[in-house]
Design a protein around this ligand. Structure first.
Ligand SMILES: Nc1ncnc2c1ncn2[C@@H]1O[C@H](COP(=O)(O)OP(=O)(O)OP(=O)(O)O)[C@@H](O)[C@H]1O
Ligand SMILES: [Mg+2]
Length: 262
């Protein structure tokens, strides 16, 4: 299988009034096309900043060094203008809280349509057709009605489905989902994870799934990274790492998962 993302010696530092903070410390990993990489680790371990750096959305006080080859193009070397053409088009980002990522005063239809009109220069009609297609993929019912609704009129699960829909508008090769189910109840969580599994299976989309919840990761991921204090503690096949962890930290993380979830 072809490697879609190859990260080498990636470090992320933040310049703060208290000095330099090393958020990501010289990590290397790769993701193959069509596979899901799960990224697990406690809060503050560097999961989010790893992917913020790759997609060029670090805070102003952050700097990234290293190599992040996406289809053989080093994302860390691109200008903001070049990166913005890849972000949202070839790479989709799904955040934890869909309420803050959706625009409150814009209806769902327009939020979906806007993405493909801007990035793909699609006509409104083509964009609308695509919007209906993606809402069907994320299994949202009564699409015509939904397109006219505003984010506050939807449940958390529906908003997250819309967010996934938005990320699919430009047929991305790669989706980064950062704690996509953390704010959701367990049943809705399962439904969203099923969508990720379907995207992998039927659309051959590559996924990076960030979660502090090993249970969530194990539902979708083929491979896994365990992060702690900005470093990769353990990586490999997801089932193997979770069934026979080699490092104490991974064992510790697993010991926090309730018995019935294993
Ligand atoms: N703008 C910033 N300035 C200074 N430090 C920052 C900044 N953004 C992030 N950090 C620090 O970088 C480290 C890694 O943060 P990151 O957001 O990657 O954690 P995480 O693993 O995603 O945690 P969580 O599970 O809570 O989302 C943390 O110590 C965090 O405080
Ligand atoms: Mg995070």
């Amino acid at each position: 299988m072809q490697t879609i993302l190859n990260v080498n010696d990636l470090s992320v530092n933040f310049d703060t009034s208290q000095g330099l903070i090393k958020a990501v410390d010289n990590i290397s990993f790769s993701i193959k096309k069509g596979e899901c990489l799960g990224i697990a680790g406690e809060s503050g371990s560097g999961k989010t900043q790893t992917f913020f750096s790759i997609t060029g959305i670090l805070s102003d006080n952050g700097t990234a060094t290293g190599i992040a080859d996406f289809n053989d193009v080093d994302l860390l070397k691109l200008t903001e203008k070049e990166l913005s053409k890849i972000r949202g088009k070839k790479i989709g980002f799904i955040f934890q809280d869909p309420m803050t990522s959706l625009t409150p005063h814009m209806n769902i239809g327009n939020q979906l349509i806007e993405v493909s009109m801007i990035h793909k220069k699609n006509t409104k009609n083509d964009a609308l057709k695509k919007a209906k297609e993606v809402l069907d993929i994320v299994k949202l019912p009564r699409i015509e009605n939904l397109l006219k609704k505003y984010p506050h009129e939807l449940s958390g699960g529906m908003r997250q489905r819309v967010m996934i829909g938005i990320s699919l508008m430009c047929d991305p090769l790669f989706i980064i989902a950062d704690e996509p189910t953390t704010a959701l109840d367990v049943t809705t969580q399962k439904e969203i994870l099923k969508i990720f599994n379907d995207l992998k299976k039927y659309k051959d989309i590559t996924i990076a799934l960030i979660s502090h919840d090993i249970g969530v990761i194990s539902e979708v991921s083929d491979t896994i990274l365990i992060m702690n204090e900005g470093r990769i503690i353990e990586k490999g096949n997801c089932k193997e790492v979770l069934t026979s962890p080699k490092h104490e930290y991974t064992k510790h993380l697993l010991s926090c998962v309730p018995e019935w979830m294993k």
